[in-house]
Design a protein around this ligand. Structure first.
Ligand code: AHG
Ligand code: MN
Ligand code: MN
Length: 336
């Protein structure tokens, strides 16, 4: 590991990139780092500890909550509340936003949206899962209780966004709007080190990631794009490779490193697809654009969407710009 820059040092070194956030962001990142280390520990002993399996209740999405979903949600919520800079949190695992009302939260100016465990269905089969987070400045008066409009901001207003991937190693990847940097966790001393400076996605790739089990229900434009990927589209280009893990964070991270496109389109009765705009698509879109990629709903830029509900869903096309462009061309051509 060259020159051993830790995540903490890096955030402090770069906070002049974000003058209004003197020191605040490094404290918020401190909370996210702490909670991610606790989740890393639980994931890496899930087989032994009583942490796999269902918690026996459902979340607002009507999805069975995994014990790790509940554990991770609790740890990130507690760690962020303890810092006093965050006045509220919205989570996939919470029906409404959570207001932090301790004395230390008076005048705090940030809100966080989070998917505590992304790819939950993969926990019990030992496949990579992740955490996704998105940070905004609040827009309501600082001395007042946090409001829903603090959470329903366009993705363009994000102060920072990032994800943790709990894979063969645990990594934290984030942006504050000045590029994307990746940090690998060394569990032997509990430190994240800068391992992937200035991450940039290749403009084209040969990997497409989509759950083809839903193929018959896809819009015609997506069906045609998949067929395009499967045909030899240029003289020398061999057919693309299909890779789909079922954890957005893991599929996204692989495509970010190698080039590729991830698509979760609308399908059948799910006119808005499955992925949530506020705590999955907006943060991942911010990161992807900062890494030179593109992110849309098949037609328009995801981070310009005006949200109207905490858990609203959206079709999601994200990855190498030339590949997203091609998929959007198929969507526009057939008007589907
Ligand atoms: P979560 O576990 O937070 O609900 O997210 C799961 C999402 C996402 O991680 C993944 O890309 C997608 O669900 C997979 O959905 P399908 O199993 O329908 O393909
Ligand atoms: Mn998710
Ligand atoms: Mn989740």
């Amino acid at each position: 590991m060259n020159n051993l820059v830790t995540l903490g040092e890096f955030v402090i070194q770069h906070q002049q990139d974000y003058p209004e956030a003197t020191g605040d962001l490094s404290q918020i990142f401190g909370a996210i780092k702490l909670a991610s280390k606790l989740v890393h520990r639980e994931i890496n002993k899930a087989g032994i500890a009583d942490i796999v399996g269902y918690a026996g209740q459902k979340n607002v999405q009507g999805e069975q909550q995994q014990k790790l979903d509940v554990y991770a949600n609790d740890k990130f919520k507690t760690a962020l509340a303890a810092r006093g800079l965050v006045c509220g949190l919205a989570s996939e695992e919470e029906e409404s936003f959570v207001e932090f009302t301790q004395p230390q939260h008076k005048g705090s100016k940030y809100i966080v949206l989070i998917d505590p465990i992304d790819g939950s269905s993969n926990i019990d089969v030992n496949v990579a899962v992740g955490t996704i987070f998105s940070i905004y400045r609040r827009v309501s008066p600082h001395q007042e209780p946090v409001q829903i409009e603090d959470f329903l901001q366009c993705g363009t207003e994000q102060v920072a966004a990032g994800y943790v991937i709990y894979g063969s190693s645990t990594m934290l990847v984030y942006t504050t709007g000045n590029g994307v940097n990746g940090f690998t966790f060394d569990p032997s001393i509990g430190v994240y080190y800068l391992s992937h400076p200035n991450m940039a996605i290749p403009s084209k790739g040969t990997i497409y990631s989509v759950n083809e089990g839903n193929y018959v229900h896809f819009p015609v434009g997506v069906k045609q794009y998949i067929k395009y990927c499967q045909e030899n589209d240029e003289a020398t280009q061999r057919p693309y490779t299909s890779r789909y893990i079922g954890s957005l964070v893991a599929d996204f991270h692989r495509n970010l490193l190698k080039g590729g496109i991830f698509i979760y389109p609308s399908y059948a009765e799910n006119a808005c697809g499955k992925l949530r705009l506020l705590y999955e698509c907006n943060p991942m879109a911010f990161i992807m654009e900062q890494a030179g990629g593109a992110a849309s709903d098949g037609r328009s830029r995801i981070i310009e969407r005006v949200p109207n509900a905490l858990h609203q869903r959206t079709p999601f096309f994200v990855g190498s710009p030339k590949m997203v462009e091609k998929a959007e061309a198929f969507m526009a051509y057939v008007g589907s």
